[in-house]
Design a protein around this ligand. Structure first.
Ligand code: GLN
Length: 190
């Protein structure tokens, strides 16, 4: 099994390390050629945290936006963390343009404000149990469509969700030692 990790910007190395620990091969996708070369043997795709506006611009500059969107709509399992979640959202509350726009969620960027921008929590994640959650200027999911399954809630806000082949978290599981969410995604990729 091989997992592609979008490596334009942000925290992609941390995801590679998680997959290493699970014994899963990963490949960094830095441009369209990387994606096209490996697309046929990718079992899944990870969109890391970072800065969603920058990543959205790079995806457009590299002509990757439409091919990635099509692959996801055709069923390629995808896991978006933090900025990666924002890339997948159909709608962003600040009215800025959406990016891959494949998942039926509305997100609010930097939703925790300056004071509570970064924090640690532990909460139940459906199908997994209690997991550690590291938030870094993360978004919240302000509403979900009817096919979206809410997986975790912290401070009355939705912080993890799944819709068919798409899994998102507003926190960073790759910055903890807990491999269970990545294992959960691997099960979606099988
Ligand atoms: N604040 C970033 C954004 O809106 C996301 C932060 C992150 O990925 N840790 O794109």
């Amino acid at each position: 099994m091989k997992i592609g990790i979008l490596a334009l910007q942000g925290a992609f190395v941390e995801h590679e390390k998680m997959l290493d620990q699970l014994g899963v091969e990963s490949i960094e996708l830095r441009n369209l050629e990387d994606f096209q070369q490996h697309q046929s043997d990718l079992s899944g795709l990870i969109l890391p945290g970072g800065e969603s506006t920058t990543m959205g611009k790079l995806l457009r500059d590299q002509q990757m936006l439409i091919p990635l969107r099509e692959a996801i709509l055709n069923g390629l399992p995808v896991f978006g963390t933090c900025a990666g979640l924002i890339l997948l959202a159909k709608q962003i509350t600040s009215k800025e343009e959406s990016h891959l726009a494949t998942m039926d969620i509305v997100v609010e960027r930097n939703a925790y404000g300056r004071q509570l921008g970064s924090f640690y929590s532990e909460a139940d994640c459906k199908g997994i149990g209690k997991i550690p959650m590291t938030f870094i200027r993360g978004p919240i999911i302000s509403s979900v469509g009817e096919d979206v399954d809410v997986l975790a809630i912290v401070n009355d806000q939705i912080v993890a969700a799944q819709e068919k082949n798409m899994l998102v978290t507003s926190f960073h599981p790759e910055l903890t030692n807990d491999l269970r969410l990545h294992q959960y995604f691997m099960n979606m990729c099988k």
